[in-house]
Design a protein around this ligand. Structure first.
Ligand code: ASP
Length: 310
């Protein structure tokens, strides 16, 4: 079966006028690297779950995106990260929320999935689990990014919290990251990782670690990873809704994604988008704002990346 993999690096108000060729090149290279990392796993006959973890790790390691290194600041000036992943063939899932100092939150979520006892763990309990699992930790400095610090200064001390890639005048807005994949054995998987929203309340949890909201995979239909205003995506149960529209209403992947992104999310102030792949390997990358950092790669191994709409 032909493999498929897609990634996103966040959606939001991305202004074409502020995008320099050098910046665009840097973002596209980071997306292409993540696609290649995930594709290499699929090429070797690896599982979709391993491929999405590898792709998301590459995006977490890049300071360009709001996940892992380069995560946004919360209202207390800290980096609190959320991540999840789900396997479409076993329906097993793992997630972590409000974790600090974990280099790759998606891999901690993977340990939660593999351990199998719980689906979602948070805060200090997740940190203790990270210690026990001996996952890589980093000090606060590793996660610091000067641009994001300045971004936080714009809202610090107020009740305003914002998407990493919306508001402000600088276009250096990168977001949550995610990946979806179909492997050679027909298994689907999805993963999502984020620093959340700038100036978010201490221990606020968004959609990214919520199975069904920010992430969902089911071999019967599709795998989905979302990015956008998390509170709206939680209320829309966005990722699961794409699956449900396919499973119960018989919609195609493209029709189901269109309905969620353009009909269901906007009335809930759900700015953002999502990436999805179905069991035939069709890939859909859609959003209801001006841009989404995104890309996909098929069996030919050629990464295709994009930022703006048509
Ligand atoms: N969905 C993420 C959250 O609300 C933010 C994003 O996608 O950039 O935490």
């Amino acid at each position: 079966m032909p493999t498929a993999l897609a990634v996103h690096g966040g959606a939001g108000t991305i202004s074409r006028s502020l995008m320099t060729p050098a910046r665009e090149k840097a973002y596209r290279e980071a997306l292409a690297l993540a696609l290649q990392r995930g594709h290499a796993v699929l090429q070797e006959g690896g599982a979709a779950l391993d491929a999405v973890e590898a792709a998301v790790r590459a995006l977490e390691d890049s300071p360009h995106f709001n996940a892992g290194r380069g995560s946004v600041f919360n209202a207390d000036g800290q980096h609190e990260m959320d991540a999840s992943l789900m396997c479409g063939s076993t329906l097993k899932a793992g997630a972590v929320a409000s974790v600090q100092n974990v280099k790759n939150p998606v891999s901690l979520a993977r340990r939660v999935l593999d351990t199998g006892q719980h689906v979602l763990i948070s805060g200090l309990g997740a940190f203790e689990f990270a210690h026990k699992q001996k996952v890589e930790l980093e000090d606060d400095q590793y996660f610091f990014d000067e641009f994001r610090y300045q971004q936080w200064q714009q809202t610090r001390g107020t009740d305003v919290y914002q998407l990493d890639h919306s508001g402000g005048t600088d276009d250096r807005k990168f977001g949550t990251v995610g990946a979806v994949a179909l492997d050679a054995e027909g298994r689907l998987a999805a993963a999502t990782s984020t620093g959340g929203m700038t100036n978010k309340r201490w221990q606020r949890i968004g959609d990214s670690p919520i199975i069904g909201a920010g992430t969902y995979a089911n071999n019967a239909t599709c795998a989905v990873s979302c990015t956008g205003h998390g509170e709206s995506f939680i209320r829309a149960v966005a990722a699961f809704d794409v699956h449900a529209l396919m499973a119960y209403k018989g919609l195609s992947l493209a029709e189901a994604v269109r309905e969620v992104v353009h009909e269901k999310l906007p009335p809930l102030d759900g700015d953002g988008g999502l990436i999805a792949v179905d069991r035939e390997g069709n890939v859909v990358l859609d959003f209801n704002c001006s841009g989404m950092y995104r890309g996909h790669i098929g069996p030919d191994g050629e990464p295709v990346t994009a930022i703006f709409g048509n």
